[in-house]
Design a protein around this ligand. Structure first.
Ligand code: SRM
Ligand code: SF4
Length: 555
């Protein structure tokens, strides 16, 4: 008896029938309702836009018989997180005039606006376009925003890498003009030379999202092994400078589907800069052709590597690459730098890394705060703003004589310097979760400050207050703040409980293990305390908590 093959998920049909991501978005935007049709809302993601609702008011509105409060999140893809002063000012204006007053820096160096109304989407997109930015392809089943260690930009030893994130963004962006027609300016887009609209994506694009990161060879702030494809600059003894390539990483899991899991990327090959685009294209085409289009929860590329085995999967890539894959060089990953504080760069200019709690840039002190400070700096000088993969910001290209001005502006707006931060706060990440994320099971960003405070007190009490402890918190196991590779990962399980993962680390080369299930947030310090005491008493010199836990407790 022949077995029926599983049917394609509904999203595949929406993509295929979308006329290159147009669908009926334009028509839906013109209606007076505050939301769009369901197929349009799926297609919107390719344009970097998520349909959400304010979950804080869901219940009271339901009780009053009122509809959901429809709002939108717009994610602006910023390759390598690099912005000019005028771009920063444009983002600041958008936050004030069209969104909820905040600029949210993401773990992939992008920017998100929350609380945007349907009727502002086109104006917002046009403003981005006018400042050479776009939300197009920041989400959807395509290559997402390419992440790059911010110090590669200013590090003289790696000038060949500086432009790479932008180059990859241009090369692997879908060719369709739909975004410009719908959201920016149809006539102008139509007047540009016609191009093939599909490119290598085809009309159903990829089975799921695809993430690329470029790491610094000495420190892994980008979590390169959490990516679908990671590039680590290296020098081959015969071929010179190039990239070690790792593939098939990913951190998302689903409680509803037990055969989902986090996987660290594995080494694929070493390529020269001239070979890079062809290699990435071969990986993408392999994933496009072989990835699972019948189950979106198991459609990421990591499952191909896991299910086929690395050898089988690599052979399929090699076939499409058309050349033998040479061996990768041995991987060396250094502990992540947080890029906070002041540095002098090779060209004698200065930069300062500023902590942004959970990536949320807004004014939260009387008469000012971080947003006002950054705005004032962007208005005063032509600077470079670099978003880090730890949701922080580096203000760069500061002339030596402007150092005092920058210090004065930050101090006047009560922005704390790195020396005023506790060790837990320095490395703490949290995803947005409630009230905007539709997938959140529990709070994250809003509860991060209290958890940071409690863990710092516990560290202080055990005499470890000056030791680094990396905390990452998410509202569900999708893992947007990368808790699966953290020293301490706190992952939402139910409305009021969290699973505690321990033993990842600063090099990002080890998955954390599940230590305790369903803890209330206030119970976490007490669970950690005896482990911290053992780290203090039994740890090797300079051993990090993650390394200690994995050496002593797990093994
Ligand atoms: Fe994420 C979905 C926020 C980085 C894994 N992520 C979402 C959505 C869009 C929720 C949704 O689908 O409705 C969240 C928007 C919430 C909101 O209200 O803003 C969301 N993810 C974020 C951000 C903003 C978290 C942050 O605190 O910065 C990050 C935006 C990145 C960007 O600029 O592109 C973000 N997400 C990540 C990462 C970390 C990374 O890429 O380095 C991961 C884990 C790595 C990975 O992909 O495996 C991640 N997000 C997910 C997943 C799980 C995917 C999977 O493989 O199963 C989802 C769910 C989905 O795609 O269906 C998700
Ligand atoms: Fe939402 Fe879950 Fe991602 Fe947090 S980890 S932003 S709750 S999808």
């Amino acid at each position: 008896m022949s077995q029926e093959s599983p049917s394609l998920v509904v999203e595949e049909g929406i993509k295929r029938d979308s006329k290159n991501l147009r669908g009926s978005i334009l028509e839906d935007l013109a209606t007076s309702t505050p939301n769009l049709s369901s197929p349009s809302e799926h297609l919107l993601k390719f344009h970097g836009i998520y349909a959400q609702d304010n979950r804080d008011v869901r219940r009271e509105r339901a009780q009053a018989g009122e509809p959901l409060e429809h709002i939108f999140m717009i994610r602006v893809a910023i390759p390598g997180g690099q912005l000019s002063s005028s771009q920063w000012l444009a983002l600041d204006d958008i936050a004030e005039e069209l969104a909820d007053g905040s600029i949210r820096l993401t773990t992939r160096q992008a920017v998100q606006f929350h609380g945007v109304l349907k009727f502002s989407l086109q104006e917002l997109s046009t403003r981005l376009h006018d400042h050479a930015m776009t939300s197009f392809a920041a989400c959807g089943d395509v290559v997402r925003n390419t992440v790059m260690c911010t110090s590669l930009v200013s590090d003289d030893a790696h000038t060949h890498v500086t432009e790479l994130a932008n180059h990859l963004a241009r090369t692997f962006k879908p060719a369709t003009k739909a975004h410009w027609e719908i959201f920016v300016n149809g006539e102008r887009a139509a007047s540009i030379e016609p191009e093939p609209e599909h490119g290598f994506y085809g009309d159903t694009y990829l089975p799921r999202k695809f993430k690329i990161a470029i790491a610094h060879p000495e420190e892994n702030c980008v979590d390169v092994l959490a990516q679908d494809l990671g590039l680590i600059p290296d020098v081959h003894p015969e071929l010179g400078t190039g990239y070690n390539v790792v593939i098939a990483g990913g951190l998302g899991r689903s409680y509803a589907q037990p055969d989902t899991f986090a996987r660290l990327a594995t080494p694929l090959t070493f390529v020269t800069p001239a070979e890079l685009d062809d290699l990435i294209r071969a990986v993408l085409v392999t994933y496009r052709d072989l990835g699972d289009r019948t189950n979106r929860r198991r459609a990421r590329m990591k499952y191909l590597a896991a299910d086929w085995g690395v050898e089988g999967f690599y052979a399929a890539i090699e076939q499409r690459y058309g050349r033998a894959l040479r061996a990768a060089l041995p991987l060396r990953l250094g502990a992540a730098d947080d890029h906070l504080g002041w540095r002098t760069l090779g060209d004698e200019t200065l930069e300062v890394g500023i902590r942004v709690g959970a990536g949320r840039v807004r004014d939260d002190v009387e008469g000012g705060g971080l947003r006002s400070a950054l705005r004032e700096l962007a208005m005063a000088r032509d600077l470079r703003f670099l978003i880090t993969p730890q949701q922080d910001i580096v203000v760069s290209a500061i002339d030596v004589e402007d150092r005092d001005l920058v210090i004065e502006v930050l101090a006047r707006h009560k922005v704390r310097g790195v020396e005023q931060l506790g060790q837990v706060e320095r490395s703490a990440l949290a995803c947005p979760a409630l009230p905007t994320c539709s997938q959140a099971l529990a709070e994250a960003e809003r509860r991060l400050p209290s958890l940071v405070g409690d863990l710092q007190s516990t560290l202080d009490e055990t005499g470890l207050g000056s030791r680094r402890l990396q905390l990452r918190m998410t509202g569900c196991p999708n893992g947007c703040a990368r808790p699966a590779v953290a020293e301490v990962g706190v992952v939402g399980r139910t409305k009021n409980t969290y699973d505690l993962y321990l033993g990842g680390g600063l090099r990002g080369d080890r998955l954390a293990t599940l230590h305790h299930e369903k803890l209330k947030l206030e119970e976490i310090p007490a669970v950690l305390e005896p482990l911290l005491e053992r780290w203090r008493d039994e740890g090797l010199a300079d051993e990090t908590f993650g390394d200690f836990y994995s050496r002593v407790v797990v093994s």
